[in-house]
Design a protein around this ligand. Structure first.
Ligand SMILES: [Zn+2]
Ligand SMILES: [Zn+2]
Length: 358
């Protein structure tokens, strides 16, 4: 089969590889769609993966074409999405079914071979069957969508609360979509902070008023902080925002979040940090005086129950799948996926989700 193989930092090539053999409890998947995640770019070009050589790609979907020993043969021929984290199912968080916090996990596409290939072996435990009407492309976005849903459920915004989303990459944009479509938050109560014209169009398309989008590129560097608090104050009757989703991992966005939260506000930290995250003393004071809650969120819940984040995402897709596909800005056949890696690395054109179709 053909696959993208990461040999070392910055050394990725499209090669012929032996077909993977599904092991005990595993199935062989013929990959149909595989999205490039923001985290794949530093993995390929800056940090490398935990194990190399490695086939990256953890956001993928496909068809089950072979069942390994003891794997349920009724999976054969089924269209599936894949939860990429393989938990130990024995550690403390695993015993509470909080697999996303597993202490000894394996991960398809970062520790074990993933989906930038024609075929991949996957434990049957990690499969989720796709209902009719959910395309392979949509299903390849189950992971980023579930990450947003997990964050939203963690802070549990209530209808009528003011919500700010800072950072409108794939996760931030899908999070806005889920707030509106799944959690029935009024789009007028959402403000969004981004840095691209296309992001404004995306959130506007979801119903967020154009005036609720702030493009930070248009602000003077030294006056950013005051401009953002003024922008939020004007849209929250001077009270501040009740919930702030930090989806960039930048220190300044973290600081803005603490700064503009309303009393008893909640800050949800989602972005992988680019640097040490520090607060000035007058901003830090606000955590105390406003009795703020700062919370982290990580990955998503996948327990096999209808109540987990993945089923919630899948059910929403079954109802509203086409809207999701609008966020695919580029599609490439597997052999040209490097063009997608390079667009995301060099940021030479605007993109939302770049999808490989295999
Ligand atoms: Zn991802
Ligand atoms: Zn575990």
């Amino acid at each position: 089969m053909k696959a993208w193989i990461l040999h070392d930092i910055g050394k990725i090539s499209y090669e012929e590889r032996e077909m993977p053999k599904p092991g005990k409890g595993e199935v062989l998947l013929k990959v149909h769609s595989a999205g490039i995640c923001g985290s794949d770019i530093p993995r390929i070009y800056q940090t490398g993966a935990h194990n190399m050589p490695l086939i990256p790609g953890h956001e993928f979907s496909g068809e089950v074409v072979e069942a390994g020993q003891d794997a349920d043969r009724t999976w054969l021929g089924k269209r599936v999405g894949v939860f990429p984290l393989i938990p130990c199912r024995d550690c403390f968080p695993c015993r509470q079914l909080k697999y996303e916090m597993c202490r000894h996990y394996d991960y398809l596409g970062s520790r074990s071979d993933g989906g930038f290939a024609e075929y991949v072996a996957v434990p049957e435990w990690n499969l989720i069957e796709l209902p009719e009407g959910v395309s392979y492309d949509s299903a390849a976005m189950l992971e980023p969508m579930s990450v947003g849903i997990h964050a939203i459920r963690g802070v549990a915004p209530e209808r009528g609360e003011k919500i700010t989303v800072c950072g409108l990459g794939t996760i931030g944009t899908l999070l806005v979509m889920s707030l509106i479509n799944i959690f029935e938050i009024d789009a007028n109560d959402i403000t969004a902070i981004g840095n691209k014209e296309s992001q404004k169009n995306n959130v506007e398309g979801l119903g967020v008023p154009a005036g609720n989008f702030l493009d930070i590129r248009q602000l003077d560097t030294d006056k950013k902080e005051t401009a953002i608090s003024k922008f939020i104050a004007e849209r929250t009757n001077g009270i501040g925002t009740n919930v702030f989703f930090e989806c960039t991992g930048s220190n300044e966005s973290y600081s803005w979040g603490v700064d503009i939260l309303a009393p008893s506000g909640r800050l949800c930290l989602m972005g992988n940090p680019h640097s040490d995250m520090e607060l000035k003393r007058d901003v830090y004071w606000k955590i105390l005086r406003n009795q703020l809650k700062l919370m982290g969120t990580w990955n998503s819940s996948f327990t096999g129950s209808e109540a987990d984040d993945w089923h919630m995402a899948l059910n929403a897709m079954a109802k509203n799948g086409k809207e999701l596909e609008n966020f695919i800005s580029h599609r490439y056949p597997l052999e040209k996926l490097d063009e997608g890696f390079e667009i995301m690395r060099d940021k030479k054109e605007e993109y939302i989700k770049i999808m490989g179709q295999i």
